[in-house]
Structure formats: structure tokens, C-alpha cells
Design a protein. Structure first.
Length: 271
């Protein structure tokens, strides 16, 4: 059963998490923290909460301004630093010190932000369909912003954007609903935050075990961007998710879950 957690960050943003865990939680056991992408809500991780919630404490974070936690913050507060604070606020609210973070797309960017702020709290990291620097990121963000404004509403934009993501047919409806629930102003701010960071110089400082994964058919963050991350992190291993696009954990949950489970069982990851 998936429960919900709500919290308020020090700067006043409403955040939360979808939570699944064993009936009896060992305080020393691994906690998995899942962080969604710019177009998703924490519900994108439900297949993972259902698969791992019986063994691990699982928290799928609802980032500020993503439509699932209201009220919306001021768009000026929707930043990469703010997203990192969201995760820390949820962890503190849940009384979690150390964790393994699993981040997709923007979630990978948040992982890099957190490493710079709270590296001692990481046990391991899984970065899925993400990037240390997105090629022509500002131009890409500007193009998305222009498409949102041209569409006139988040729902119309979501319907158009979903076609570009290489989704399996059964994923269209949920993808559109998760994107359409966001406000235009917060989505534009989140878009700017997602695509314009540059973390290449800090990759070598990441000392925790790292799995870098990508969907075979991901046209948004293709294999080369995952290879760049993996090449820069001394401990990283690279994995491909077959029959999956940009949000591979939802496109092919069985394959992603199998790869994640194998990673978690590594001696240097398992506690």
C-alpha cells in the first residue's frame, strides 16, 4: 500500500512523497529515494514502490511546483537548488539520514545537486535517462518554453509532448495527466532548471557506487549522455534498458526493476 507524506521546506514550498515500506522497518536498512523528471509526478515511480516497498523503505519525492502538491510556490523558487532542498526536507521529515537515490532525467540533475550539498548521506546513486550537461541546453529549454506558450495550456502541450517521448501506447494517458496537472509558470521555471545545469566538473568527486542507465530508444537523453556521466564517475557502471524510451522505469518496469535489484545486491551497496 502506498501512503503519502507532506512537508513544507524552509523557503515555504509545499513538497511531499509517496511512501511504501515493510510493516516493520529496520532503521539501519537501506532507504530508496526516487526523484521524478520535469514532466512527471512521483506517481511515475509506483511500479518501483510496489516492487521494492516490501523489502526497502521507499520514498518517491514530489518536487515543488509539480502539480501534485499545492499550493504552487512562486516560480522564482523553482530552481535546482530548491529541488535539492525538497529532497532533504522529505528525508528529514521521514527521519532518514543515509539513502540511495534513484533519479530520472531531472531526478539525475537533483542527484548531482545533492551530492554537492550532502555527499555524506549517499549510500549509492542510480541515474536514469539524465545528463551532466545537456547539449545546447538553453536553446532546448527555450524551445520547450515556446512550445508551451504556443500550445496555450499544459494539457495541449502535454498531448503534443507525449508523442515525442517514444512512449509505449499504454503510457500516453498517464503521461499526459501528470504533465497537464502542472501550472504553466512552474513548468516553465522547472524547464529552465532542468536543462541548463553543468555538472561535468564534479563527476570525479562522486565516490558512492553509481549505476547509470538509459532507455534504448530514448531520444531526449540518448546513450551518449549517459556514457559521459559514466566515464566521469570512477565507480559508475552503465546499463541499457531495452524496449524503453526516456522514462525507462515506467516504459519497461520489469527490466528496470531487475537491473536496480541487481545493483542493490552488490556488496558495496547492500547494508
Amino acid at each position: 500500500m502506498i501512503a503519502t507524506l507532506r512537508a513544507t521546506t524552509p523557503d515555504g514550498a509545499a513538497v511531499g512523497a509517496r511512501v511504501a515500506s515493510p510493516a516493520s522497518v529496520d532503521p539501519a536498512a537501506t532507504t530508496l529515494v526516487f526523484v521524478h523528471g520535469v514532466g512527471s509526478t512521483a506517481a511515475i515511480w509506483d511500479p518501483q514502490l510496489e516492487a521494492f516497498g516490501g523489502e526497502y523503505r521507499c520514498l518517491a519525492v514530489e518536487l515543488r511546483g509539480n502539480g501534485a502538491c499545492t499550493p504552487d510556490p512562486e516560480p522564482s523558487l523553482v530552481t535546482r537548488s530548491g529541488f535539492a532542498q525538497d529532497v532533504l526536507t522529505v528525508l528529514d521529515r521521514a527521519r532518514v539520514d543515509r539513502f540511495t537515490l534513484v533519479g530520472c532525467s531531472l531526478g539525475g540533475v537533483v542527484a548531482f545537486e545533492l551530492w554537492e550539498r550532502a555527499d555524506r548521506r549517499f549510500e549509492a546513486t542510480v541515474i536514469l535517462g539524465s545528463f551532466a550537461r545537456y547539449p545546447d541546453g538553453q536553446r532546448y529549454a527555450d524551445a520547450i518554453a515556446a512550445a508551451v506558450r504556443e500550445a496555450g495550456s499544459m494539457r495541449v502541450f502535454a498531448e503534443r509532448r507525449a508523442v515525442q517521448l517514444g512512449l509505449p501506447p499504454n503510457r500516453y494517458a498517464a503521461t499526459i495527466e501528470q504533465m497537464a496537472c502542472k501550472s504553466v509558470s512552474c513548468y516553465l521555471a522547472a524547464t529552465q532548471a532542468t536543462w541548463t545545469g553543468d555538472y561535468r566538473s564534479m563527476l570525479a568527486s562522486i565516490a558512492a557506487p553509481v549505476l547509470v542507465a538509459y532507455g534504448r530508444h530514448d531520444k531526449v537523453a540518448p546513450r551518449a549522455l549517459s556514457e559521459e556521466i559514466a566515464a566521469g564517475i570512477p565507480s559508475a557502471v552503465l546499463a541499457e534498458i531495452p524496449d524503453a524510451g526516456h522514462v525507462a522505469n515506467a516504459d519497461n518496469p520489469a527490466a528496470f526493476n531487475a537491473i536496480l535489484r541487481d545493483f542493490l545486491k552488490r556488496p558495496d551497496v547492500l547494508r
